[in-house]
Design a protein around this ligand. Structure first.
Ligand code: ADP
Ligand code: ADP
Length: 232
């Protein structure tokens, strides 16, 4: 079964002379438990696609399904709940709350949703994260790579249908970036997580099971079982 599907997705910004077609008919499917990377040059529509897939933005036409729920048919309130319950996010800039400890940051999505932590899931996520001795540190006491790994754990904590990551290694050196990618990869392998990541880094994309290449709002190439060499 597919965790996410997009069918003939289009997205147009603006009207008249300022009209920009950011997506011009994009279809893709991410099987549950797989890792998809979206690549392409700047302005090709990667962020727009990620935002439409994640329900952060509504497509102009076409369909997005997360766990067989069609996002276009949902009212705003229902879409907000789906984002909260079924989707996890990792941003380029970590976005941890500075006054909270690592552990408090990780638990925050559950608190906001009024949910109790599932002890077993929590233990598995913390175990995978491998920062047990840093759980009471605040973000500014952690390295960039450690902060982003905490952000990945925070995205996983609600056991979402999909984790979306927008250039998660964009602000990191290659070693820290590799640690973040290994954690995302491990979440797929060990937890069966579904991950969708935007990146312009071929090495990052090589951690995925599947890569789609965007240019001018359309998919121009697809690759399965990428390696750093084949992605280039
Ligand atoms: P990428 O993430 O690959 O850099 P984007 O999805 O950010 O590409 O942008 C795709 C196209 O849509 C670009 O031409 C960009 O300028 C345009 N675009 C993106 N967001 C908006 C917006 N909010 N309003 C108008 N144009 C936008
Ligand atoms: P990225 O592609 O790394 O997310 P961008 O600088 O392309 O960063 O976009 C940052 C924000 O600005 C996004 O929310 C995007 O939708 C918006 N944006 C991008 N291009 C335009 C544009 N031409 N007009 C208005 N908003 C834009």
């Amino acid at each position: 079964t597919n965790a996410v599907t997009a069918t003939e997705l289009t997205k147009t910004y603006g009207t008249g002379d300022t009209r920009v077609s950011a997506l011009r008919g994009v279809s893709l499917a991410v099987p549950s438990g797989q890792f998809l990377a979206i690549m392409g040059p700047s302005g090709s529509g990667k962020s727009t696609l990620l935002h439409c897939l994640a329900g952060l933005d509504r497509a102009t036409s076409g369909q997005v399904r997360i766990n067989d729920e069609e996002l276009g048919g949902l009212r705003d309130g229902r879409l907000t709940r789906l984002r909260r319950d079924a989707v996890g996010f990792v941003f380029q800039s970590f976005n941890l709350l500075p006054t909270l400890s690592a552990a408090e940051n990780i638990l925050l999505p559950l608190r906001l949703a009024g949910r109790r932590p599932d002890r077993e899931w929590l233990d598995r996520v913390i175990d995978l994260l491998g920062l047990a001795d840093r759980m009471h540190h605040r973000p500014n006491q952690l390295s960039g790579g450690q902060q982003q790994r905490v952000a990945v754990a925070r995205a996983l904590i609600t056991r979402p249908a999909v984790v979306f990551a927008d250039e998660p290694t964009g602000n990191l050196d290659s070693r820290s970036g590799a640690e973040v990618l290994s954690l995302l990869r491990a979440s797929v392998r060990e937890l069966g997580q579904t991950v969708v990541m935007v990146t312009h880094d071929p090495k990052a994309a090589s951690y995925a099971d599947q890569v789609v290449f965007l240019a001018d709002g359309v998919i121009v190439d697809r690759l399965t079982h990428p390696t750093p060499e084949t992605v280039l």
